[in-house]
Design a protein around this ligand. Structure first.
Ligand SMILES: Nc1ncnc2c1ncn2[C@@H]1O[C@H](COP(=O)(O)OP(=O)(O)O)[C@@H](O)[C@H]1O
Ligand SMILES: [Mg+2]
Length: 259
């Protein structure tokens, strides 16, 4: 049996302002968390901010990219002043690239990018993840953008079993915090969505304020729908994406955006 010390729940701050506000005690390290919301609500920017925030605090980070190429992700991050290249060169940051298999000409990527051939066979992604996990030292965070794209090519049961296996092996057995973006809402995937919601430890909902959207104004909001092992606020809060990343905004500021 493990000692009581080993059983103590370790929690960490995310370094993303609205998330830390909603999760005053932090997130448990052994969590598999989804960021759920439609396009443009900020899922990718959040994952990018999580990457730099954990790298700065000494974690190793694996970024699984399927919606965009590693180079465009790094360019986007550079806009915010988030430079991951230096961490890649030091062996603390790795891209698992599930995007570039489509590109026909040969690419010159830095050594911290591993391109997955035929990622529609989820086994191929798992094999790369296993070897990258082995190479990285210390406490680890895995960011997956997007889980929807990655599992949408597989049979539903294979997809579900793969998510369960990643959560069991990486999150639980190796204590790796996992954040994934998730954007179903397509009818064919209704059932998968419900099962994933049930499997994961945490769900962060993102949306545009529905009332303001009716007036033609898009203001981003987030809330915690589910987070095992810690207390959290349950209300929707407003946030903006600024050059320094996500910032909470108050009602008065929202009103100024509307007027
Ligand atoms: N450099 C930036 N400065 C300000 N806002 C940005 C910047 N980059 C992205 N955004 C905002 O984030 C939105 C896209 O967010 P993104 O994370 O790509 O959404 P999702 O991944 O949920 O589709 C943009 O429409 C814009 O509002
Ligand atoms: Mg995105």
């Amino acid at each position: 049996m493990g000692s009581p010390r080993r059983l103590r729940m370790k929690r960490v701050k995310t370094g993303v302002e609205p998330l830390d506000f909603l999760l005053p005690e932090g997130v448990p390290l052994n969590s598999f968390i989804t960021l759920s919301g439609e396009g443009g609500t900020g899922k990718s920017v959040i994952l990018q901010q999580l990457a730099i925030s954990f790298l700065k605090r000494g974690f190793s980070v694996i970024y699984v990219a399927s919606d965009d190429s590693p180079l465009s992700i790094m360019l986007n991050m550079k806009n915010f002043g988030w430079h991951v290249d230096r961490y890649g060169k030091r062996g603390r940051f790795r891209f698992v690239d599930c995007f570039s298999f489509r590109i026909k000409r040969s690419l010159e990527y830095p050594e911290y990018v591993t391109v997955v051939e035929q990622p529609s066979f989820l086994r191929n992604i798992t094999d790369v993840l296993d070897s990258v996990m082995d190479k990285l030292r210390g406490r680890k965070v895995m960011l997956i953008d997007s889980l929807t794209d990655i599992i949408s090519h597989a049979e539903p049961m294979t997809a579900i079993e793969t998510v369960k296996a990643w959560r069991a092996n990486y999150t639980k057995a190796q204590n790796t915090l996992v954040f994934t973006s998730f954007h179903f809402g397509i009818k064919a995937f209704d059932e998968i969505e419900q099962i994933i919601d049930y499997i994961v430890d945490g769900i962060i909902d993102l949306r545009f304020d529905p009332y303001l959207m009716q007036q033609g104004v898009l203001v981003k909001q987030m809330r915690i729908r589910k987070m095992k092992g810690t207390s959290h606020l349950t209300k929707w809060v407003y946030f903006q994406i600024t050059k320094d990343g996500l910032k909470l905004i108050d009602k008065a500021t929202v009103m100024k955006l509307v007027s």
